[in-house]
Design a protein around this ligand. Structure first.
Ligand SMILES: CCCCCCCCCCCCC/C=C/[C@@H](O)[C@H](COP(=O)(O)O)NC(=O)CCCCCCCCCCCCCCC
Ligand SMILES: Nc1ncnc2c1ncn2[C@@H]1O[C@H](COP(=O)(O)OP(=O)(O)O)[C@@H](O)[C@H]1O
Ligand SMILES: [Ca+2]
Length: 556
């Protein structure tokens, strides 16, 4: 669609006189008289549009400022102080900062300076661009920032001050910053004190654990403000209206990595500035009728629970604690017995092995929520049809993992479940049954390369909407008797003995659940996915590579 032309002038970019135009979609420039459509002024700033001009989409402009120095440039990128020169020497200039894509989904702040022959023209350009920016109402203006100074390598405060705050201030975003002083400080502040009406979003500087604090605060606050009781496991929760930005400064940073494609603070800051919005599923976890926690990334019993339990004693080591505890846990090779019951998701949301990863504008996450939740018209289908059929799996497992998103992170760039979706209302349940150490190692190694980690007979994976887990030692006598009714009398006899003698190691070892990096106090849990309960300042992982055109050219 043709865009309405807002302003057009001859300005110089790097000493080359260009035709510069602004419409509601983009700022573009092309050397005057250049009809070859090949050469553009100075260095390439961004892609070329269909007319051969360089352009910056308006939605990716960070700011525009009159360039204050009383000079014109001569050499590329160098400024010289020169005495008052005649008007023709383009002494007036403005600088546009914009999003520049670099490798591995990282964004940088690019700049282009355009020189004008007089100040009036310069101010006219600055004003016209600012007007277009002011129409982008999705952009946040006021943010509440929480910094965990002890996350990851303890660099949170420095990362925020040096890399993020200058970008926010350039984009005219005002902030209230709270450096946390104790664990759960941010959660409790959000839950009870924060004046949320004042803000357009919340920013979390830290790791997955800090993000978990933020969502607990925001979700609880939203429910209590609306009179919803989160202790009731079948309650429909109210979505949070404020978006959350994550500036990665933790140990795993998988939520940032899986929603943006990198764990780079500048990239995250720029996604906040442009006002991206990515809905995200949240799992609620209950023990009987008591609410325990929410999870958005990994909920893992067995291997990942044991890694976390061991790593908590090694916090002083920083992020390396997970690798040390990982090797130790791998060597211990413990397995756990229990029962999982789950409610499979409808087929239209795909399967964990379909190799259709969740990307920006994902079709599966965009399905109407009725299709995702399976909540069809209540009167037209029977109760069983509406709720689906629960399945039961019992066995001995090295790991039981539930991934609400891919859980991609620097350790595993495709993640625990590479095709899991951010906002489809489901969680991928991965069951790793007891197998040899060698086989488990092969399975783990596949998290680091392109091979399919699920392609083993001891691994099963299901896309589910709800699941329950009961460790064997907590199963009631009647449940066990029922399951073992077809077994020999001898087995029944031994299982009773073992339940009564915890010292005996017969399948009674306990593990814990790792819930986004926190240990849950109960092993028997009920989990339910709440579709798109929260929103992030992100857009999912962009499909195209750096040098592909990010926008349909016809729009520019
Ligand atoms: C042989 C190499 C195997 C590499 C397998 C890597 C799989 C990694 C999947 C990681 C999924 C991470 C999901 C995110 C969890 C976070 O919420 C959560 C909290 O993060 P935070 O501290 O930033 O707040 N992080 C975690 O729970 C950390 C999990 C990290 C697990 C690392 C496991 C390393 C295993 C190494 C086994 C080595 C065996 C070698 C035998 C000779
Ligand atoms: N000021 C603080 N002092 C101590 N712990 C804190 C503070 N602020 C946050 N925490 C807690 O630190 C834990 C780890 O934080 P996180 O930012 O996720 O770092 P990491 O990725 O290294 O685990 C979280 O459980 C969070 O609740
Ligand atoms: Ca999901």
């Amino acid at each position: 669609m043709e865009q309405k032309l807002l302003l057009s002038s001859q300005l110089s970019v790097h000493n080359t006189l260009c035709e510069v135009t602004l419409n509601s979609a983009a700022l573009s420039w092309r050397p005057r008289g250049d009809n070859t459509h090949k050469r553009a002024a100075g260095r390439r700033y961004g892609p070329l549009n269909a007319a051969g001009s360089q352009y910056v989409p308006v939605c990716e402009i960070i700011s525009v400022q009159e360039t204050e120095e009383d000079c014109a440039s001569t050499g590329v990128g160098k400024w010289q102080k020169v005495p008052q020169t005649p008007v023709e020497s383009n002494q007036h200039a403005f600088t546009v900062s914009y999003v520049e894509r670099t490798q591995k989904h990282r964004w940088r702040c690019g700049e282009v300076t355009l020189h004008c022959t007089d100040r009036t023209l310069c101010l006219q350009w600055v004003q016209a661009i600012r007007e277009q920016l002011s129409l982008l109402t999705i952009r946040p203006k006021r943010l509440l920032v929480y910094i965990n100074p002890y996350g990851g390598k303890h660099h949170g405060k420095r990362i925020y001050e040096q890399k993020v705050a200058p970008i926010f201030s350039r984009a005219s975003i005002s902030t209230d910053v709270i450096v946390t002083e104790w664990a759960n400080h941010a959660r409790d502040h959000l839950k009870t004190e924060a004046e949320l009406k004042k803000y357009d979003g919340v920013v979390c500087v830290g790791g997955d654990g800090m993000f978990s604090e933020i969502i607990h605060g925001l979700i609880s606050r939203t429910q209590s403000d609306s009179g919803v009781d989160q202790n009731l496991s079948d309650e429909t929760l109210i979505p949070c209206s404020l978006r959350i930005g994550i500036i990665p400064a933790g140990s795993t940073d998988c939520i940032c990595y899986a929603t943006v494609g990198s764990n780079d603070p500048v990239t995250s800051a720029l996604h906040i500035v442009v006002g991206d919005s990515q809905p995200m599923d949240v799992c609620s976890i209950h023990h009987n009728n008591t609410f325990l926690r929410y999870s958005v990334s990994l909920l893992g019993y067995g291997f990942y629970g044991d890694v976390l339990t061991d790593s908590e004693r090694k916090r002083w080591m920083g992020p390396a604690r997970y690798d040390i505890s990982g090797v130790k846990t791998f060597m211990s090779h413990r397995y756990y017995e229990g029962t999982i019951t789950f409610l499979p998701a409808d087929e239209n949301v795909g399967t964990p092995r379909d190799k259709l990863p969740c990307r920006t504008g994902c079709n599966i996450c965009s399905l109407p929520s009725a299709d995702k939740q399976g909540s069809r018209d209540e009167e037209s289908v029977s109760d069983t049809d509406r709720k689906g059929v629960w399945q039961v799996i019992r066995g001995k497992f090295l790991a039981i993992n539930a991934a609400c998103m891919s859980c991609a992170c620097p350790r595993s760039p495709k993640g625990l479940s590479p095709s899991a979706h951010l906002a489809d209302g489901t969680v991928d349940l991965i069951l790793v049954r007891r197998c040899s150490r060698f086989d488990f190692l092969r399975h783990l190694l596949r998290h680091t390369n392109k091979d399919d980690q699920f392609d083993y007979p001891f691994v099963e994976v299901y896309r589910v909407r709800q699941f329950h887990f009961t460790p064997r030692y907590e199963e009631t006598n009647s449940e066990l008797d029922l399951r073992e009714a077809d077994g020999s009398g001898r087995k029944r006899f031994f299982s009773r003995i073992c339940r009564e003698h915890p010292a005996c190691n017969c399948s009674l070892v306990h593990s814990s659940w790792n819930c986004d990096g926190e240990i849950l106090p109960h092993a028997a849990i009920q989990v339910r996915v709440h579709c798109q309960l929260i929103k992030l300042f992100a857009r999912g992982i962009e499909e195209h590579s750096v040098f592909e055109e990010p926008y349909p050219l016809s729009a520019i």
